[in-house]
Design a protein around this ligand. Sequence first.
Ligand code: SF4
Length: 224
Amino acid sequence: MNNAENFQYLLKAGTELSRHRIAETELPWRKYRTPYRIFLAEMLLVRTRTDVVADHFEKIASKYPTLEALAFADENELREVLRPLGLSKRVPYLIKAARYICDSHSGEIPTDVESLLKVPGIGTYTATAIVTFAHGQGLVPADVNILRFVSRFTGLDMGHMTKGSKELRNLLPILSESKVGLSAENLLDFTRLICKSRKPKCDVCPLSEHCSYFKKHAPGDETV
Ligand code: SF4
């Protein structure tokens, strides 16, 4: 596909996806949504599987129900709470980030990416995810799974294994323009449940008609 086709088909893909509800069950931080709960979830989700965080989220959120409670948590206690997720080492970063927001933003989760990038331990993806999901801004986070989907769909090379290529990242705003940005969670669910890293479910995918990956792999091919 050339650039104009990529633009057109991605726009259609985003619109098509926004018509489908992908996940059958709602993740706990989406059921009862506050900026703090989204912040907490996104901090835990870094390099951690969604289902693992989902299984433990309510227990963690009820033990530390506010940003202040997290900022002044006892390190050893928090380590024990996060041990089942394999996240004990993340304790100092979580506390540091929560304290920074308490001190520099009066305990309010910042609403813009630039301010969030100054919070210790927060990178571009997490900052974008927080403003998108906590504050309803129509962005699409440059998540590795989303970049992989765009790479498969357009046929463009993935480039860097986790950051993707610049060309791919430049295509993400198209998905926001197609309004899927209003439901970027739907896109994340799509890449978690259908366009998965291993064996994507192309047979049930609503986007297969214009997908480069699908066109290259015949049905029954083991890699599809
Ligand atoms: Fe992903 Fe397959 Fe759908 Fe293409 S057809 S977007 S590879 S699930």
